[in-house]
Design a protein around this ligand. Structure first.
Ligand code: AMP
Ligand code: MG
Length: 520
């Protein structure tokens, strides 16, 4: 299987762990530990991404073959692969957690893609590493399927994300206590191969700062900048401050994109924040169904709601503050760090307004738009409207005055009836239509532009759970259907109405269909 492997810069440029024992421990003075994956003799391919394979130079024939399964389940290494697990730390739920690291992930190597981009190939769930702490290093099928589907769906939604190449069943059981109630059971195991220009997280920098390893911190920062931030002048005096500011601005743009599509990450710990501002580590994530800024899909977060939909921008700022603290030894002044954090806020505000104007089809920006937009979330919340379907249907409203409230508004509500909210929605629609009449674009052009930013198909948790239930019984049709449909989330597809439906009532409280635990 020809893979254009390139010299692995991370391993050759940065200090590694001299200790080669694969046992849980503190790894000091190193950015990674080398690992030899053991593989799974009974591995079986469940799904792959043709598009990702193509970019990596893998032909469709190669994608299903035995060697592919062996390599991407960790049973066999290709020439040039030098697998490693990265060392990182992180702030989890607001508290410094010390060393975390790739406890069940390992990078196989880097590949030069057809687009000339460099891609890191990483297995998740292939077995323990020195960073596994008390855990086993494996992953269950349900969480792996969720990461596989959502990574590729996010890419198609045009939200920056890590990608996924393959989903492989290991053929071996993994024991999990899914509800944290002492009732653990064996579940099918799986490995995904995920792909990104880099999996570096805020936590990769935080760990060296926390350990006063300033020389390594600088080495890692220099490596990261040289590889992934070519736009920065590496000779500039304020290089690290400018780098941090770039990360701040890119992070703001990422979170605006999450808010555009109604995505809730669910575990925005600093070890899950990508330095490249990609959506990273798909765990108990979710998609807004009834609009509620306070909604979190993560059962562990149900009490504090730290990672709820409407708090993501604020948490992004807090996480960047932690990264800024970690980079202080390189910047050696607080002012530029504070200025960068302020640019996060500015970028977020500007981009959020632009994004909302686009969702509403407002092309010729006006001063009153912010007020019109601000009136909408409380209405969506009060009327319990489905976030995705509301914005998708909005393109059908147009500027011609309505005679009555459109019936679709009743259909997309999770409330038994709209009640008094109907009148409020009616008034808002009147104001919205009035505003549309001041637009210069044609109704058809506007509807097309709105449909290009308001998706119809998103990986709702209940849809994923149905695919998981079937896959666990050996039925892959639902998984494959989701994978195919989510490739074109903005285009209405024949016979796919069931994938664009609001969450059915039976799914409201069923495990995995709305909220999820972190167990994976
Ligand atoms: P997460 O909550 O998935 O972002 O994981 C937080 C940390 O726990 C990371 O260091 C993971 O590598 C580690 N981790 C999570 N699950 C496992 C597992 N089953 N085995 C080993 N490490 C794990
Ligand atoms: Mg993680």
């Amino acid at each position: 299987m020809p893979l254009p492997l390139i010299a692995d810069g991370f391993v050759s440029s940065l200090p590694g762990d001299p200790d080669t024992r694969n046992v849980p421990r503190q790894v000091r003075g190193a950015c990674y530990s080398k690992i030899t994956p053991h593989g799974f003799p009974h591995a079986r391919l469940l799904c792959y991404s043709r598009e990702m394979g193509e970019e990596l130079g893998l032909s469709p024939a190669t994608l299903g073959e035995e060697l592919f399964i062996q390599v991407f389940s960790g049973s066999r290494l290709l020439d040039g692969m030098r697998p490693y697990a990265a060392c990182y730390g992180g702030h989890q739920f607001g508290h410094w957690a010390g060393q975390l690291g790739d406890g069940r992930a390992l990078t196989l190597g880097e590949v030069r893609g057809k687009s000339q981009a460099n891609w890191e190939l990483q297995l998740k769930g292939a077995g323990p590493t020195p960073y596994s702490r008390g855990a086993d290093g494996y992953a269950v099928l349900r969480s792996s399927l969720r990461e596989f589907i959502c990574s590729e769906a996010m890419h198609a939604l045009k939200v920056p994300t890590t990608r996924a190449l393959s989903l492989i069943a290991t053929g071996e059981p993994v024991n999990r206590d899914m509800f944290y109630n002492g009732q653990s059971k064996d579940e099918p195991g799986a490995v995904i191969c995920r792909v990104a220009p880099s999996f570096l997280r805020f936590g990769n920098f935080e760990i060296h700062a926390a350990r006063n390893e300033t020389a390594i911190l600088k080495q890692l920062a220099d490596y990261c900048i040289a590889q992934h931030f070519p736009q920065l002048d590496r000779a500039a005096d304020d290089l690290y401050a400018r780098w941090f500011e770039t990360i701040c601005r890119q992070s703001a743009c990422l979170i605006v994109e999450w808010l555009r599509v109604g995505f809730v990450h669910g575990v925005m710990n600093t070890d899950n924040m990508s330095i490249l501002s990609l959506t990273l580590d798909y765990g108990p994530y979710g998609w807004l169904e009834p609009y509620d800024p306070n909604w979190t899909p993560n059962t562990t977060d149900a009490e504090g709601r730290r990672y709820a939909f409407g708090r993501q921008a604020q948490i992004g700022w807090w996480n960047l503050l932690q990264l800024g603290n970690a980079l202080y030894p390189l910047v050696r002044a607080t002012e530029p760090l504070e200025a960068a954090l302020a640019s996060y806020e500015r970028t977020f505000e500007n981009e959020w307004l632009r994004m909302m104007q686009a969702k509403l089809g407002l092309k010729d920006a006006q001063a009153g738009d912010a007020a019109l937009i601000a009136q909408l979330p409380p209405l969506l919340h009060g009327a319990q409207l489905d976030f995705t379907l509301f914005f998708r249907h909005l393109a059908t409203v147009g500027a011609t005055p309505l005679q009555e409230l459109p019936t679709w508004l009743h259909d997309i509500s999770y409330a038994p009836s709209l009640g008094a909210k109907a009148l409020e929605l009616w008034h808002w629609l009147q104001r919205y239509q009035e505003r549309l009449r001041q637009e210069s674009t044609s109704a058809a052009t506007r509807a097309a532009a709105m449909n290009a930013v308001n998706p119809l198909y998103v990986p709702r948790n209940y849809l994923l759970q149905l695919a998981i239930d079937a896959a666990e019984q050996g039925q892959l049709n639902k998984l494959l259907e989701l994978h195919e449909t989510f490739k074109n989330p903005y285009t209405e597809q024949a016979n796919k109405a069931h994938l664009a439906a609001k969450r059915p009532e039976w799914a409201r409280h069923k495990a995995g269909c709305s909220m999820l635990s972190c167990s994976s």
